[in-house]
Design a protein around this ligand. Structure first.
Ligand SMILES: *Cc1c(COP(=O)(O)O)cnc(C)c1O
Length: 367
């Protein structure tokens, strides 16, 4: 699996710190590992200073070095499309109005509050929904910022769930993580903590660390939502990371984003959902790609998502079928989009389409 990194000793390869310290950040470094196309080289040059690049050796090792259309490569190597004026014109830096009065805090749904803990990421995904923060440099929230957030929580009794996101929330030091988790647990009405992290995909070695796992267990109930987009991302290492989380009482869910060229294919999506179930990750959402400036070239039509949802139904366990959802602009919330199976209704007869063929009539007399 490790290909170009096969000579790295296992104790280094299995270290999260090593993976982060050895991130590939320049064109010259990347050229040592993969054959870049002129178009990719131009992409790296023109996004420089605007949308930086960082790739862990682990994530890089999943790429096909000879295939510019490789789904891992499309998610991690900059392209000129990111700065194409025409393509990006309709995108917005912050389509969901996440930025408010308290730094890092977004309170959209009454019961859930989102808090971004840091702008640092192990890998800067080219399709990131918070691409605007690439320009803020790599900085974690200070204790004072965390304190302001906790004060807000204490004043809002309706909040039942805290969502820690980023950047990459699990990239902060154990000390800071301990601080934020223990302070959230001072607030009695907060029932669950959800951590949105892509580290199981980008640097699963993070979850080979016993200290981190104990920390997550101590502040239970903690739910972890991750972001697998392609079956190639499911490896022995990512499966081991998930297993460790489950052993420490942390359920692992997944949110996929529908991305042109990466996973906009029914068979690919079916394989992804199957592989997720095999490593005991529940696929919760399939998100339509957001209108974010710098990521517009990844968007497909809504029909593509509907086609995929139709294909999944009947071919995989119900546990493997995510909710396809669109996040409405302006912070109006997420809405599900579903293929319609109720074909028509006449008096007491409902007619359904079936994944297995002809229309089926279903009678419900007056209840
Ligand atoms: C997506 C999102 C949530 C969580 O929504 P779920 O449907 O529970 O996943 C919470 N707050 C904000 C601001 C969000 O964008």
């Amino acid at each position: 699996m490790r290909g170009i990194f096969k000579d790295v000793p296992p104790e280094l390869w299995r270290s999260y710190r090593w993976q982060v310290q050895n991130r590939i950040r320049t064109k010259e470094e990347l050229k040592r590992y993969i054959r870049l196309t002129p178009e990719e080289e131009e992409g790296i040059d023109r996004t420089d200073g605007l949308y930086p690049m960082a790739i862990t050796p682990y994530y890089l090792s999943l790429m096909n070095p000879e295939d510019p259309q490789d789904p891992i490569r499309l998610q991690a190597v900059p392209r000129v499309e990111e700065v194409d004026q025409n393509l990006q014109a309709l995108g917005e830096p912050d389509p969901f109005r996440e930025e408010g009065n308290i730094p890092g805090l977004t309170h959209r749904y009454p019961d859930r509050v989102l808090f971004t803990l840091t702008t640092f990421c192990a890998v800067y995904c080219r399709h990131c929904m918070r691409k605007r923060i690439f320009q803020e440099g790599e900085r974690a929230r200070t204790k004072e910022e965390i304190d302001r957030f906790v004060e807000y929580l204490k004043a809002h009794l309706e909040v039942k769930e805290v969502l820690l996101s980023g950047g990459e929330p699990l990239s902060v030091s154990e000390e800071k993580l301990q601080y934020v988790l223990s302070r959230i647990r001072e607030v009695p009405h907060v029932e669950i903590i959800r951590i949105g992290t892509r580290l199981p995909v980008l640097a699963p070695q993070r979850f080979f660390d016993a200290e981190l796992l104990r920390l997550l267990e101590r502040y239970s109930p903690i739910w972890l939502n991750t972001h697998f987009n392609h079956p190639k991302e499911i490896t022995e290492e990512s499966a081991e990371a998930v297993e460790n989380l489950l052993k420490h009482g942390v359920p692992v869910n997944n949110q996929t984003v529908l991305l042109k060229g990466v996973n906009d294919h029914p068979q690919v999506m079916l394989r992804l959902m199957r592989e997720l179930l095999r490593i005991k990750v529940r696929p919760v959402y399939l998100f339509h790609c957001d209108p974010v400036k710098g990521a517009m070239h990844f968007r497909t039509g809504l029909e593509k998502g509907l086609e995929i949802m139709e294909y999944l139904r009947g071919r995989i366990s119900g546990m493997g079928i995510p909710t396809y959802a669109v996040d409405l602009p302006g912070g109006r919330g997420k809405v599900p989009v579903m293929p319609n199976y109720l074909f028509k209704k006449e008096d007491h007869t409902y007619t359904f389409r079936s994944p297995f063929g002809p229309l089926v009539e279903y009678h419900i007399p007056d209840a």
